[in-house]
Design a protein around this ligand. Structure first.
Ligand code: ZN
Length: 263
């Protein structure tokens, strides 16, 4: 079978002498791994089309269970993602997460759109990196079946408080009072990095931002301004939530933290 499809290169691996294996994220067919024969040869005219972070149109031939690259053209190369180490580090983490949350033959229209919008924001410095990263992490989890319940305290139902905690494991808010009550009755151990419960604090502004990130239309999801304290809370919450539920460490995240001096 032969077909042509638009996709974003989210992974590239060199194989053989001049070959390359690329993974595409596509709206219609999810993740597709394609072998490009001779693509690394200097004479190849497709070098740009099969580079990491390129969004393009690809000719694919399916034969005996494998997909082969037959040609392609660039739609959006996101060049400026590659000429800055900070941008490169964040973009690498973003496409790694996209790869983790997509599957073969699982349509991924929203995931692709969010990932493309995020690469666009990185390439054009639309927002600070910690904000782009937190928005991507929280929204990608919400759209992948890990929507946290952010309306009210999951125990008493209160929806307004200066401080809430996200119970990361259960994806549920708990208010300060309920935490103290439970704590004094010793029903649950409360510790920020405890094995049993992971509680991440969210002040009112951070919680409003978290609600916005999960609900806003994709085209507006990055459009908010937040003070440093609330931004730190959102960053901690989004990353902790994603890593906990995906049960995975990303070397690209370590790389991002090392270039940002966060380690
Ligand atoms: Zn409560």
């Amino acid at each position: 079978m032969q077909y042509s499809i638009d996709g974003l290169v989210i992974r590239e691996t060199e194989t053989g002498e001049n070959d390359k294996r690329i993974t595409l994220l596509t709206a219609e067919r999810g993740k597709i791994t394609v072998l490009a024969k001779g693509a690394r040869s200097l004479k190849s005219k497709y070098m740009n089309a099969i580079s990491l972070f390129t969004y393009g149109n690809y000719e694919i031939t399916e034969r005996s269970g494998y997909s082969w690259f037959g040609g392609g053209s660039v739609i959006e190369p996101f060049y400026s993602v590659r000429d800055d180490i900070d941008r490169l580090a964040l973009a690498s983490y973003v496409v790694d997460v996209a790869g983790e949350l997509s599957g073969a033959e699982e349509p991924a229209e929203e995931l692709l759109r969010l990932t493309l919008n995020t690469l666009y924001a990185i390439a054009n410095d639309l927002k600070p990196h910690n904000q782009i990263k937190a928005v991507y992490e929280l929204r990608v989890m919400a759209m992948s079946g890990y929507m946290p319940m952010l309306d009210e305290c999951g125990i008493c139902g209160k929806n307004k408080s200066e401080l809430f905690y996200l119970d990361v494991m259960n994806g549920m808010l708990k208010c300060e009072e309920c935490i103290h009550k439970l704590n004094s009755r010793r029903d649950i151990p409360v510790s920020e990095d405890g094995a049993a419960f992971i509680l991440v604090p969210l002040n009112y502004r951070a919680l409003s931002a978290a609600r916005y990130i999960t609900e806003a239309s994709l085209s507006k999801v990055m459009s908010f301004v937040l003070d440093d304290e609330a931004m730190k809370m959102i960053s901690k919450m989004s990353e902790t939530y994603l890593l906990h539920h995906l049960e995975k460490n990303f070397s690209s995240l370590d790389f991002y933290k090392s270039v940002k001096n966060l380690m």
